[in-house]
Design a protein. Structure first.
Length: 347
C-alpha cells in the first residue's frame, strides 16, 4: 500500500481531488476519513471503514511507549511484522524512520548492525507522524530514525510532500538527515520548495569518516561541506552538520582544526551528541573535559556549536536499540514457549 494506490482506489470510487484531500487531512487528524462539509460519493463512504482498517494496520504499536524524562520512544510493527522505531521529541517534534535496518553500517549504530532489511513505503513513513499526532501535538518532523533517507529517496520525498500538504507542517519544519549522496543532493537542489537538511559528518578527516561510515557514498568532507554551503544559499536555511562524539576517536581538538580549514562561508550549525553506548561496542562517550575543550575551540573559530544528548536515553533508546530489544524478547518468548508469534516477526 502506498499513497498512489490509495488515491487511485479513491478515484475509482468516484472521489474528486477535493474528496481525496479531505480524506488525507482527516487521516492525519484522527477524524472519520470521510468527514467533510461536502458529501463523499456513496461508494467511497461505504468503503471508508474498510479503508480505515487497512490504514490502521500499516503501522501498529508493538508495545507501550518507552517513556523517558526527555522523550518517548515507540516500537511500531508493520503489516509484515517488521519492527521500526519512532521518537516523540520534546517541543512537539517526532523523529521517524525511513527503512527497516540500514545499509550504511555506521560502526557506532545499532541499526547498522542489522543491515538493510527493506525500504519503508511512503505511507509507512507518514504513518509514524499519524501515530505521533495521536500522542501529542506535532509541529516538526525529523527524518533521523532508522535508515538512510537517500537510499529510499523516492518514498521519503513522497512522504515529505504528503506530510506538508495534509498534516499542516511546513517544509522548514521537516528535516532530512543523511550521510550524503550525490543523487539526493542533486534532487533536493532542484526542488522548488526545499526541506531543511542535516548531514552526518562525524569526522573532518576523510579516512576516519570512511572507517566510521563504511558504506556511505564516496564523498570527501570538502565535497559535503561545499554542497551544504550551496544548499543553504538556495534554501536560505542553515545546514545542520551532525557529529556523534566517540571517546578518543573523534573528540579531539584536531578535528575542529581540520573542520575550520574547510568551514569558510558556511551558513550552518554543528550539532554534537555523545555516542549511544551499545553492548559489545568499543565506543564510549567522551570525558567532560574533552567536551569543554571542543566547545572552546569551536568558539575560537566562530563555528556555531550546539551540544545535546539523545532523547529518551534514560530508557536505553538509541536508534535501533529498542527494536533489537523487542526482537530479543520475542525470540526468547518463542524459545520459552510463552508466546505465539509468526516467523516473519523475527526476520
Amino acid at each position: 500500500m502506498n499513497f498512489e494506490s490509495v488515491n487511485n482506489e479513491l478515484a475509482a470510487l468516484g472521489c474528486k481531488q477535493s474528496h481525496i484531500d479531505a480524506f488525507w487531512r482527516n487521516w492525519y487528524l484522527g477524524r472519520p476519513l470521510t468527514q467533510a462539509k461536502f458529501t463523499f460519493p456513496k461508494a467511497a463512504a461505504e468503503a471508508a471503514a474498510t479503508l480505515g482498517t487497512r490504514l490502521a494496520q500499516v503501522l501498529m504499536p508493538d508495545s507501550d511507549d518507552y517513556l523517558g524524562e526527555n522523550g518517548a520512544r515507540a516500537v511500531l510493527r508493520a503489516s509484515d511484522g517488521q519492527l521500526i522505531e519512532s521518537v516523540l521529541l520534546p517541543r512537539d517534534g517526532v523523529c521517524i524512520s525511513t527503512q527497516v535496518g540500514c545499509a550504511v553500517g555506521c560502526r557506532f549504530c545499532m541499526t547498522g548492525r542489522s543491515g538493510l532489511v527493506r525500504q519503508l513505503s511512503d505511507i509507512e513513513i507518514a504513518a509514524q507522524v499519524v501515530y505521533a499526532k495521536s500522542r501529542q501535538q506535532i509541529s516538526k518532523v525529523v527524518f533521523m530514525g532508522m535508515g538512510e533517507p537517500s537510499h529510499n529517496r523516492r518514498n521519503v520525498l513522497s512522504a515529505l510532500d504528503h506530510i506538508t500538504r495534509y498534516a499542516g507542517i511546513g517544509y522548514k519544519e521537516l528535516v532530512i538527515s543523511t550521510v550524503g549522496d550525490r543523487r539526493l543532493f542533486e534532487e533536493l537542489s532542484h526542488r522548488e520548495i526545499k526541506p531543511a537538511l542535516a548531514i552526518s559528518l562525524h569526522s573532518a578527516f576523510d579516512e576516519k569518516r570512511r572507517m566510521l561510515l563504511p558504506n556511505a557514498a564516496d564523498l570527501t568532507v570538502k565535497e559535503i561541506l561545499d554542497f551544504g554551503k550551496e544548499y543553504a544559499r538556495l534554501s536560505k536555511y542553515p545546514i545542520q552538520y551532525q557529529w556523534t562524539l566517540i571517546r578518543d576517536l573523534n573528540d579531539g581538538t584536531d578535528e575542529i582544526d581540520q573542520l575550520a580549514s574547510l568551514w569558510d562561508g558556511q551558513f550552518a550549525v554543528l550539532n554534537m551528541i555523545p555516542v549511544n553506548k551499545i553492548d559489545d561496542s568499543p565506543y564510549d562517550r567522551p570525558d567532560p573535559d574533552r567536551i569543554e575543550a571542543l566547545k572552546a575551540v569551536c568558539r575560537s573559530f566562530h563555528i556555531l556549536l550546539k551540544f545535546r544528548d539523545s532523547a529518551a536515553q534514560d530508557v536505553d533508546g538509541g536508534c535501533g536499540q529498542l527494536r533489537a530489544r523487542a526482537m530479543r524478547e520475542k525470540q526468547k518468548a518463542v524459545r520459552d514457549g510463552t508466546a505465539v508469534i509468526q516467523i516473519k516477526d523475527l526476520k
